[in-house]
Design a protein around this ligand. Sequence first.
Ligand SMILES: *Cc1c(COP(=O)(O)O)cnc(C)c1O
Length: 475
Amino acid sequence: MEKTLYEKSRSGRKGYTLPVLDVEKEVFPESHVRQIELKLPEISENEIARHFTKLAHLNYSIEEGLYPLGSCTMKYNPKINEYTSALPGFTELHPCSEVRNAQGALQLMYELQELLKEITGLQGCTLQPAAGSHGEFTGINLIAAYHANDSKRKIILIPDSAHGTNPASSAIAGFSIVAVKSNDRGLVDIEDLKSKCNDEVAGFMLTNPNTLGLFETQIVEIEKLIHGCGGLMYMDGANMNALMGIVRPGDMGFDCVHLNLHKTFSTPHGGGGPGSGPVCVSEKLVEFLPVPRVIKTGETYDLSYDFPKSIGKVMAFYGNFGVMIRAYTYIKILGGEGLKKVSENAIINANYLLSRLKEYFDLPHDERCMHEFVLSGDRQKKFGVSTKDMAKRLLDYGYHAPTIYFPLIVHEALLVEPTETETLESLDEFADALIAIAKEAESNPDLVKDSPQKTPVKRLDDALAARNLDIRWSC
Ligand SMILES: *Cc1c(COP(=O)(O)O)cnc(C)c1O
């Protein structure tokens, strides 16, 4: 009997190298066939296991220690989320399955949308966007669709403290960006906002609490101004970790908010993913939400494309489903009261840390903070030590550094977010490390400038590393 291609190629295999096989000549054009033997690394299983284990030990994660990266909400992620998101009924579901075979997944998506609507106090929700920034882009497109018959509205107002993705996503969606100043308290400068409100404004994009970790207390006045000039209110909801169960974006007058499921609602993230950036909207924007939408008729779930004013699809298939399962699990386990405690504890932890650190660093805004706060390294700069030097020194103390040089409006900024999942002891240990570094900056600046000392590599050229990726195997 004629051998199958597979059997032919198997019989030609020897050792770890694959010879050039006749069958390849028969199937592929000569010019496409490998001329030299493939050199695969010859290595035992034991060696490869040790190699990857050693690499894993070089990594830093929230399970190793406090991860105070401001704005990123690097909280501890409950293991139960990994269990539910790995259930075979979810992982083995093909994205092209018939809806009648995907009822459980659709039910989870539908219920998650309902929960997010309740948390944000808004009327519509899409789970499609794959990141916060993608949610921004989606939300700004919804605002564009709302103003489709008002071609003058080409401006999105954005405070100067905003995250860089805000102007980026507005620009990609075709808008011009006008920056609104912050006042000396770190909040929106109302006079400046007033002077920029006109009939060309499509919307105002505000982060609340803002990127300085401060609650925008003038939100009612801001909302009146923006809606008064015909614009819509967009909330960057990346800081929702401070608000759950306390304040709802809908009640603050926002028409649109993106949530970062991977920040506020757990999911280990960083290094580029995975993420999910659902967008919740007020009545004004519901008809423009992306399709397909998960709908419920009686007890049956379906995907509907029947929304003629929709902006269309913004993501392959239905979004980042694994992150949705984790967020759903997280919300269901904590419940309303639990989520409120999360936010309260995030705020308490940040204020505790701030109170321990404020006398050792410059404090640009001496206010009670929400879930994060900004220090300035200006005082240490006088000894020639930059914020970057201190961040690098923190690695020697065994910590990931906070966010640095953001927000842009604070000199030598350190943006610290401890999250609710840290104990008093771990907050104290972290504070001790930062205080020790602040003292070293004065007494031994060269030590700080020459750090890190204890990491496998010293300072890397980040820009070069990003542009010349080298992730090949080398023995
Ligand atoms: C993280 C973050 C974003 C962007 O979210 P991604 O999920 O990283 O795309 C936008 N704004 C703020 C304030 C953030 O912290």
